[in-house]
Design a protein around this ligand. Structure first.
Ligand code: CDP
Ligand code: MG
Length: 409
């Protein structure tokens, strides 16, 4: 099957061709037709397997068809809900690319940036809205965004959108939109409880699952190394220096730790930057772009960047700290090894993180290969640092005293 064989508008086929996509991926093959047929769909497929286009292509086709007969009726026909602003912008870009030859109007509605431009665009009429909950409700309650004629609701990263932090927002949203609508759920992970929540929101969802037993993308190799909390920075320095010019994405537990890792790298002469909830939104976008282009090679982040982000050529994902929720391991490592690319994931596991490692292994169903280091190799990594600070431990202690907080590295 090729994209050109689908019963979709020719102008969509030509932009798909322009993107270099010839054949649908497995999930696209299974999901596009039922969505074109108007079915509700719950689709679970591994990270980086093309879930975005699985809903972008059929929803754009329907919008394009409608615009052929009702040219100037630009009401919100399709709403895509996502957990982060970066993901909203990324999905809006995929809609823009695939829909570049159509008259469909596409707008990301997200917080952290000026709302005026978004309001202007809504006033003119928008066909597809891609949104994070906060700004969406703001603009709904201010009367700028009307969802009373919505045809399709998409929840990307659906398990997360239906989990505790977001589910109330989603239930509130249901009150703004027509009961007769198409609902689509996409994610790499889902559990029984969340599946039930999803089914309660729809009429008869078709369930589509690719590799249900193994949520982890198959082209990623995994390893774990036992590292003392205090030594993690030296191990990161070592990995960065051994993989010069490669893009590396590093996940840490908290915002504070992200900033500290950046400082530690700086002392070792390595350029890096941090993205987390405490960073100004414009700066967040800027850093993402620069990581995407490759100008920035080392990006330190929290779980904010764990889901959905599609950046080409991420050589390695480092779990500097292990994630508290095992499914986040799947999402974090899924930032590497996307599409046909190979990926490498390495986790730094301190003694007290062992239970988190076990939880990840139970969740994914297999053991992560330990990266064996003998004592000599371990100390060589620590001694080999370019950290200009001779006495960094006393520096840390000083900072602990100043901040009154225990430092962990
Ligand atoms: O959402 P998911 O993690 O499954 O992946 P995605 O964000 O949709 O990313 C899929 C990547 O594969 C993107 O970089 C697409 O450009 C590319 N791709 C695709 O989506 N479909 C194809 N038929 C071929 C490539
Ligand atoms: Mg995705």
């Amino acid at each position: 099957m090729k994209f050109k064989d689908y019963h979709i508008a020719q102008i969509l086929k030509s932009s798909i061709d322009g993107l270099g996509w010839k054949r649908p991926t497995d999930i696209q093959y299974k999901a596009i037709q039922p969505i074109l047929d108007g079915e509700d769909v719950l689709a679970i497929a591994q990270t980086g397997t093309g879930k975005t286009a699985s809903f972008v292509v059929p929803t754009l086709h329907a919008i394009h068809q409608e615009l052929l007969t009702r040219q100037d009726d630009h009401y919100t026909k399709c709403l895509v809900m996502v957990p982060t602003r970066e993901l909203a912008v990324q999905i809006a870009e995929v809609y823009q690319h695939v829909g570049s030859n159509t008259n469909a109007r596409i707008q990301a509605i997200i917080g952290g940036v000026d709302q005026e431009a978004q309001i202007e665009s809504l006033k003119k009429g928008v066909d597809v809205v891609i949104s994070t909950p906060g700004r969406l409700f703001d603009l709904c309650s201010q009367g700028y965004l009307k969802l009373d004629r919505l045809n399709t609701l998409v929840l990307d990263e659906a398990d997360h959108m239906l989990d505790l932090g977001f589910v109330k927002d989603i239930r509130d949203l249901m009150r703004h939109i027509p009961q007769q609508r198409q609902t689509l759920f996409f994610s790499a992970t889902i559990d029984k409880k969340i599946k039930k929540v999803a089914y309660d929101l729809v009429r008869n969802a078709i369930r589509i699952q690719i590799s249900p037993k193994n949520p982890v993308a198959k082209n990623i190799s995994h390893s774990v190394v036992e590292v003392d909390m205090d030594d993690k920075r030296f191990f990161l320095e070592n990995i960065v220096k051994e993989n010069e010019d490669k893009k590396i994405l590093v996940f840490v537990r908290t915002q504070v730790r992200a900033d500290r890792v950046v400082k530690a790298m700086e002392r070792a002469g390595i350029e890096s930057a941090a993205i987390h909830g405490g960073v100004d939104q414009e700066k967040r976008f800027e850093l993402f772009e620069s990581f995407k282009s490759g100008a920035l090679k080392l990006l330190i982040t929290t779980d904010i960047a764990a889901r959905g982000i599609d950046i080409p050529g991420v050589h390695a994902v480092v779990n500097y700290d292990l994630p508290e929720q095992p499914e986040n391991y799947v999402h974090r490592v899924g930032r590497t090894g996307r599409g046909q690319e190979k990926g490498w994931a390495i986790a730094f596991c301190s003694e007290h993180e062992q239970p988190l490692l076990k939880a990840i292994e139970t969740y994914t169903g297999y053991e992560i290969q330990p990266y064996e280091l003998n004592k000599g190799e371990y100390s060589a990594i620590i001694e080999d640092t370019d950290d200009g600070t001779d006495d960094w431990r006393s520096l840390l202690e000083e900072e602990e005293k100043r901040s009154g907080k225990k430092n962990e590295w």
